[in-house]
Design a protein around this ligand. Structure first.
Ligand SMILES: [Fe+2]
Ligand SMILES: [Fe+2]
Length: 325
């Protein structure tokens, strides 16, 4: 267990700068893109033609890549879970109109556009069993989160730093592959989402950097604890109709690996990026316990590298109920 009083003090201190964080890492509502900017306008004469074009590109998409896009959409659609979770974190007070609660609300508001855009794209694309996708989303929100962070702000900021980077990678790659197939519209949508995720990742990484200045040993221990548990993806409890919580996850993750949208190597690369960003190797004035954690963390990428090289991705394609055959 951690010393909650110190956590609250650190969060209170940093919370005074939330307005600056919002100005640096978020974009004002009327300046930022909205889903309608990238979707066919149903009041336009071109609507039918644009939907037909969107559908013909969707039909040609590689099965695993299409699965990954749907799973990414569902992950975004479970946003109510992430917002309510973060609102409960120590040092974040929902009753406040300013401070951390205001950060969470503003971040959520930006994130909300991601699921909105992808969901509408999938609805229009003619290749998706929307009812099955909706059932997965419904279950995912109902099943909640199990991510090993507890209500510790340090662990949660490690998690969000990792996650925002992982979603950046995933959306960016789907966009790149879509572009290679000439699907410029989808490439643009995924590119816009990926750019948001990159800003968010920078913000959360900066929060950890700041905490490392204020409470380095405890921050390193929290990082170590999260990595020992392994960072699970927020949608790891994913299932489809008729399944138990989590039953679908490995099929989705295999599909993402096969099409190279998100792989075991990405997990290691993100970890290495965080170690570098937070200058873990060069931290001094750590307690003995935190020095051990520092050593563990610095050795982890090469250890994981050896394990990852031995794991083969199953090449058996699973037939998802999400996709119309
Ligand atoms: Fe997102
Ligand atoms: Fe995100």
């Amino acid at each position: 267990m951690y010393n909650k009083l110190v956590r609250l003090e650190v969060m209170k201190n940093l919370g005074k700068e939330v307005e600056d964080f919002k100005a640096s890492y978020l974009t004002p509502v009327e300046k930022i893109w909205q889903p309608a900017d990238f979707l066919p306008d149903s009041s336009s004469d071109n609507f039918k033609y644009e939907v037909e074009e969107l559908q013909s590109f969707a039909r040609e998409m590689d099965y695993d890549l299409f699965v990954t896009l749907i799973g990414d959409c569902i992950t975004e659609e479970a946003l109510p879970t992430y917002e309510s979770w973060l609102m409960g974190v120590d040092g974040i007070d929902q009753e406040e109109n300013s401070g951390w609660a205001s950060w969470i609300r503003s971040w959520t508001a930006e994130e909300n556009r991601h699921g909105d855009l992808l969901n509408k794209y999938l609805y229009l694309c003619g290749r998706v069993n929307m009812r099955e996708v909706e059932i997965t989303t419904h279950y995912l929100i109902q099943d909640g989160l199990d991510i090993g962070t507890t209500m510790d702000p340090y662990r949660n900021f490690v998690y969000t730093s990792f996650q925002e980077t992982a979603t950046n990678v995933s959306h960016r790659r789907v966009g790149t592959f879509a572009k290679q197939c000439g699907n410029k519209k989808l490439a643009q949508m995924c590119g816009m989402i990926a750019a948001d995720e990159a800003r968010h990742a920078k913000a959360y990484k900066n929060f950890v950097t700041r905490i490392l200045e204020l409470d380095p040993s405890e921050m390193v221990l929290a990082f170590e604890d999260m990595m020992r548990k392994k960072i699970v993806m927020p949608a790891h409890l994913m299932r489809e109709s008729g399944q138990q919580a989590g039953e679908l996850w490995s099929h989705f993750s295999d599909a993402a690996q096969r099409c190279m949208v998100y792989t075991g190597q990405d997990y290691i690369d993100i970890l290495a990026d965080l170690l570098d960003e937070w200058k873990i190797e060069h931290l001094t004035n750590l307690t003995e316990k935190a020095q051990k954690a520092q050593e563990y963390l610095m050795k982890l990428p090469s250890r994981l590298q050896k394990i990852t090289e031995r794991i083969a991705t199953p090449d058996l394609e699973y037939q998802f109920k999400w996709i119309k055959s």
